[in-house]
Design a protein around this ligand. Structure first.
Ligand SMILES: NC(=O)c1ccc[n+]([C@@H]2O[C@H](COP(=O)([O-])OP(=O)(O)OC[C@H]3O[C@@H](n4cnc5c(N)ncnc54)[C@H](O)[C@@H]3O)[C@@H](O)[C@H]2O)c1
Length: 338
């Protein structure tokens, strides 16, 4: 089976692609490679890598592809606010383009990598039926994309939306801007876990291998179970309060629990139900935040991860890219004027 993974060199995509290879899938990655190729260098001879943009790649790439896992995007709230127009172009219109072309090229399954952030912050336990309350450009782009890709579903084109919880754990394109990974890095560097005030806020989490396995579950499921469906991806026991989470992170690393507060009190809190994916697809997570914290800490200790790699804070890296791009453009412009 031939699978196209957009954003395949990213934090989730680079883990997902390896699992797909282990399972015998033929894998093509479409990615702008904004974070370079380190994340895929050891699998580069086993996958087809296409450096391209979801907004304008040549659709012939989709010839012979059986399934598209659509992960490419500017991948968090702060990055989404750097240039809201571009965020909507990529995260909304780009995804709709990928899905529309996939249908046209007779791909049989399309899976959208969405986010629980489409719920915004609401009371109660949020299910796939809850109303959406996207609060940021990033969340709005995902909600818009969901709304337009789902109606493309028909008997021969299966469309599924996966609303992922916040992800954690080791990846080949590491992200320390994700809560658990950031806590571990703070602990590693300063012996203290940074905790956003006041620590009582609830958030849902999922390990990067578990979320990758959710994509594969959908890929392998009977279309009747997944077509035109939305699933939250995570597990009910990983809805956690931030202070408790920090404590678990410290315990898993086996160091005294020291922490430092940052930010002003965060009233943004939400809990999500993961019953649908569990019951309908028999999906179970295998990893806990403790496992993820331990593996990230070990990787920092052995040097497998570099906590100073500027690419690991997504918004800072995109800012650098935008600034260096503007610099190149102004130099070119000066060249023309002179
Ligand atoms: N990591 C999380 O906690 C999380 C949670 C919920 C949802 N998601 C979603 O899952 C997906 C993957 O997230 P991630 O954490 O791996 O992010 P990431 O930033 O590590 O990966 C995104 C990849 O997409 C590529 N990309 C960006 N714009 C592109 C474009 N226009 N054309 C082609 N490629 C482009 C980047 O180069 C990068 O390799 C994203 O859609 C994200 O919004 C992530």
């Amino acid at each position: 089976m031939k699978v196209l993974v957009t954003g395949g060199a990213g934090y989730i995509g680079s883990v997902l692609s390896r699992i797909l290879l282990e399972k015998g899938y033929s894998v093509t990655l479409l990615d702008r490679l904004f974070f370079g190729t380190d994340s895929i260098k050891d699998i580069a001879d086993r996958v087809t890598v296409v450096k391209g943009d979801v907004r304008w790649f040549n659709p012939d790439l989709l010839k012979g592809i059986d399934a598209v896992l659509d992960l490419a995007s500017l991948s968090n709230d702060p990055s989404g606010e750097l240039d809201p127009e571009k965020t909507l172009e990529i995260n909304y219109e780009g995804r709709v383009r990928v899905a529309t072309l996939a249908k046209k090229y007779r791909v049989s399954k399309y899976v959208l990598a969405s986010s629980c952030s489409v719920y915004g912050f609401q009371d109660g336990i949020l299910t796939e039926e809850s109303s959406l309350n996207p609060l940021t450009t990033y969340a709005k782009a995902s909600a818009n994309a969901e709304r337009e890709v789902l109606p493309l579903a028909d008997k021969s084109f299966s469309v599924t939306v996966l609303r992922q919880a916040t992800v954690y754990g080791f990846s080949y394109r590491m992200r320390f801007d994700l809560a658990i990974n950031g806590m571990v890095l703070g602990f590693f560097k300063n012996g203290q876990i940074p905790i956003m005030r006041d620590g009582k806020q609830w958030r849902p989490f999922v390990h990067v291998k578990d979320t990758s396995n959710a994509f594969i579950k959908v890929l392998e499921a009977d279309p009747d179970l997944v077509n035109n469906q939305v699933f939250n991806v995570g597990s009910n026991d990983q809805n956690v309060q931030i202070f408790d989470l920090a404590q678990a992170v410290a315990e898993s690393i086996n160091l005294p629990f020291k922490y430092e507060w940052y930010g002003s009190p965060d009233t943004r809190s939400y809990r999500v139900s993961f019953g649908k994916i569990r019951d309908r697809l028999r999906y179970k997570t295998s990893y806990t935040p403790r496992d993820g914290a331990k593996e990230v800490f070990e990787a920092l200790k052995t040097g497998a991860l570099n906590g100073d790699d500027p690419r690991t804070i997504t918004v800072k890296w995109y800012k650098n890219l935008v600034e260096s791009f503007s610099l190149v453009k102004s130099v070119e412009l000066n060249g023309v004027i002179l």
